[in-house]
Design a protein around this ligand. Structure first.
Ligand code: FES
Length: 114
């Protein structure tokens, strides 16, 4: 059974925003999309850039450096220059507490082709 650990509170992540957290030595972006919280690897798969610093557009997190778009539910990359998906992590919300499991899944979908 997956172990969940608290990484943030809902108050810290208003709807439409992302926050970088560190759990188990990994940087993870926790994102609130209209009350549904997603967790994905925070480091862009193109270069060393925090995705949590980028804008949230619906279920998409946009890399602030070069604009690659990542689909939060699947981790799939939707546009260049990044070509590899990000890993996703299970999330639970209990009251105001946001908990994630570090048993992440590799990002889904085919890498975006150049
Ligand atoms: S660093 Fe994210 S798209 Fe380049």
């Amino acid at each position: 059974m997956a172990e969940f650990i608290q990484v943030a509170t809902l108050q810290e992540i208003p709807s439409g925003t992302a926050k970088q957290v560190v759990a188990g030595g990994r940087k993870i972006a926790v994102v609130n999309v209209r009350g549904t919280v997603y967790a994905v690897d925070d480091t862009c798969t193109h270069e060393d850039q925090s995705l949590a610093a980028g804008p949230v557009v619906g279920e998409i997190l946009v890399c602030p450096k070069h604009g690659s778009r990542f689909h939060l539910p699947s981790g799939r990359v939707l546009s260049l220059p990044a070509v590899r998906p990000v890993s996703t992590y299970p999330v639970r919300v209990e009251g105001d507490a946001v908990l994630i499991s570090l048993e992440g899944s590799p990002g889904q979908g085919m890498p975006h082709r150049r």
